[in-house]
Structure formats: structure tokens, C-alpha cells
Design a protein around this ligand. Structure first.
Ligand code: GLY
Length: 353
């Protein structure tokens, strides 16, 4: 997989103009959702190279990350003269960059694309690393391809207008990057004041976070090994997210990941000796900022079933990525159904639900 160029922007206009210029193209398409069309697209006005661009607008949020929206984007591309030499710019959160990246990577067997993430979640995770796709059959990111953007342009000015729930959602992925990197970075993240945000300090943390992800993706772009580190919290997290989706209580991805981290650090403690003090501190931070997803033991089987669909599984065994310590990554750790039930008990007792 080719390496994508990730740029922490000082001047979005200049950086985007240069990026467009360095990708030879016949026509530019900009994909936005109904929110980024209104709030973010005006910031691209007057940028060299976008004069004749065609805007494609889709519905916002995960509920629209589906085959119908994808078909709409392909149709728009086809009906407005896109060729294999066209360029797509995805301006939005993870839903836009995932779906837009997939649409671009499959249209006429693949056109080039640039991601401009506008949410914290998309900046530190979704838009970086070449994973693209849609939800299907009630399952998250079930259909997709690895296909990197030509450029990812990260401009933290977008964060100033982001609501606190979406900030926290992205911050959970940063916390995950802290857990898989160094004690210093993990502690820095736990001590950051999310109630009174210092945006300059946040920008520095974002740059560090993106670097952690980039290093891992560079080593293992197709998730054969170490990239599974990026799934800490996600086996349980995706199950929580799917359960919430099924029961009509939509939760933001990062919240589900934060609750998944509670479960998987418990497993890490039980199975590979993750230290008690760091388990407690991390859970405390999550309880304080993310609240709790409530469910009862009648839903354990359904959660287990969702976990059996996780992409890390092989030969029917549910695989987790666990941590022996901060930065000590243990991939391919299996768990029995009984252990998973105990993990869910721990979650409910600890989180008070
Ligand atoms: N979101 C995890 C990854 O990109 O691998």
C-alpha cells in the first residue's frame, strides 16, 4: 500500500491547493454531509483548483454509512462526468472519509482522493491509514477495502466548532493511542482538562496521536500483525455500538470504544498482568467523561454474537488485543465465552449499571 501524506496544516488553503496541484486530474468532486456543507465547505471558497468542482452531499452520521448512500455517490460521480482521472475530496467526519474513500476506491476501479477530516475522531483515526468502507447487514464496517488517500490534511481549527460529545468521541481513540504507546503520553492524556480545552495543547496531542497511528500503519498497512494494536477496546466496543444501533440507542463510536477499553483492560489485567493502578486510573477517566452504556445479562448472548463477527477472529476464535503494560502490546489473545461473560459482569459492576 502506498504511503499517504499526512499534513498538520498551518494554512489549509495553501496546503490543499498544493495537494490538488500534485494530483493530476480532469475534474474535482467534493463530498460533504449536510453539516459540513453548511459549516466547513465555505472555508474552501476561493481555493485554487476548486473553481469547477462538483459538490456531492450526503446525509450525516453513521446511519447513512450504507449501501444506498454509496450508490448515490457512485451515481453522482457517473452522472457528472467523473472519469478514472478525477479527484475526490472528502470533507467531513469519519463517516464521510470512510464512505467517500470507499466510493473513490471502487469507482471505475479507483480514483484518487484527499481526506480533510473535520472531527477529532476522523483526524486521529478514521481518515488516516487507508481503511475505507460502509456498514452492512447490521454490522459496522463490514464491507470495505484498504486504499489510502493521496493526502490527509488535518486542520485543528475545525475542532473549535465541534460539540463536546464529538470531541470526547475522538478523544477515546487518542486515549487508545496513549495506551499502546508510552506511559508519558498516556498520563498526559489522562491529565488533559477536557472541561476547559486548551486548543493549542490539544493540537500538539493530536499531532502526537496521528504520528503513533502512522508509525503502526507504515509497519503493517494490511493489519496482518501489529496494526491489530489499533483495535484495543474495539472488540467489545463494536459489540456495544452494534447493540446500541440495534436497540435504537445510537451511541458515538468513541464512547463505545471507551467502554470497550474498560472491558479489554480488565481482560489485560486478568490474562497478561496489566497493572491495577493504571487499570483504575483509566477506568476512572472513562467513567467521569463517558458515563455508561447500560445493558442487562439478558443481552450478553447478543453482545457475544456481535463479537463473533469481529474481523480479527480466525477459525471461530474471538481475538482481542491486550496490554501487558502501557506500550506492551499483545495481539491475538483469545477468550472463551465464559470469560467474555465474566468481562461483561466486571463492566456492569465497575461502571455501576
Ligand atoms: N481504526 C483502526 C485502524 O485504522 O486500524
Amino acid at each position: 500500500m502506498s504511503k499517504q501524506k499526512v499534513i498538520i496544516c498551518q494554512n489549509l488553503n495553501e496546503n490543499l491547493s498544493e495537494a490538488i496541484h500534485s494530483c493530476p486530474h480532469d475534474k474535482v468532486f467534493i463530498l460533504v454531509d449536510i453539516h459540513t456543507q453548511e459549516l466547513c465547505l465555505p472555508l474552501l471558497e476561493g481555493i485554487k483548483g476548486l473553481e469547477e468542482s462538483h459538490i456531492i452531499t450526503i446525509g450525516a452520521e453513521d446511519i447513512h454509512k450504507n449501501i444506498e448512500t454509496l450508490a448515490h455517490v457512485w451515481k453522482e460521480l457517473g452522472e457528472h462526468g467523473a472519469t478514472r482521472h478525477s479527484l475526490m475530496i472528502n470533507l467531513g467526519g469519519g463517516m464521510v472519509t470512510d464512505l467517500g474513500g470507499f466510493a473513490a476506491s471502487t469507482f471505475k476501479r479507483g480514483i484518487k482522493y484527499i481526506n480533510i477530516p473535520t472531527t477529532l475522531l476522523a483526524m486521529v483515526d478514521a481518515s488516516v491509514g487507508g481503511k475505507t468502507g460502509i456498514n452492512f447487514n447490521g454490522l459496522k464496517n463490514e464491507i470495505g477495502v484498504f486504499s489510502p488517500a493521496e493526502y490527509v490534511l488535518i486542520d485543528t481549527q475545525f475542532l473549535k466548532s465541534l460539540d463536546s460529545r464529538n470531541l470526547l468521541s475522538g478523544y477515546a481513540e487518542m486515549l487508545k493511542h496513549g495506551i499502546i504507546s508510552t506511559t508519558e503520553h498516556w498520563a498526559e492524556l489522562l491529565n488533559f482538562d477536557m472541561n476547559h480545552i486548551d486548543y493549542k495543547a490539544l493540537q500538539a496531542l493530536v499531532a502526537q496521536s496521528v504520528q503513533i497511528k502512522e508509525n503502526i500503519v507504515e509497519e503493517d498497512p494490511f493489519e496482518k500483525g501489529i496494526r491489530k494494536a489499533l483495535n484495543v477496546g474495539h472488540t467489545a466496543g463494536h459489540a456495544f455500538e452494534s447493540l446500541a444501533m440495534e436497540t435504537g440507542h445510537h451511541v458515538l463510536h468513541g464512547y463505545a470504544v471507551a467502554w470497550g477499553i474498560v472491558c479489554e483492560l480488565y481482560f489485560s489485567h486478568q490474562k497478561v498482568g496489566f497493572p491495577t493502578d493504571k487499570l483504575r486510573q483509566t477506568i476512572q477517566f472513562i467513567k467521569e467523561h463517558y458515563g455508561v452504556l447500560t445493558f442487562d445479562c439478558k443481552q450478553y448472548d447478543r453482545l457475544y454474537e456481535f463479537m463473533t463477527h469481529d474481523k480479527k477472529n480466525s477459525a471461530g476464535i474471538i481475538n482481542f488485543t491486550l496490554m501487558g503494560e502501557i506500550g506492551d502490546i499483545r495481539i491475538n489473545q483469545s477468550a472463551t465465552k465464559e470469560e467474555i461473560m465474566e468481562m461483561l459482569d466486571f463492566y456492569r459492576e465497575t461502571m455501576g449499571c
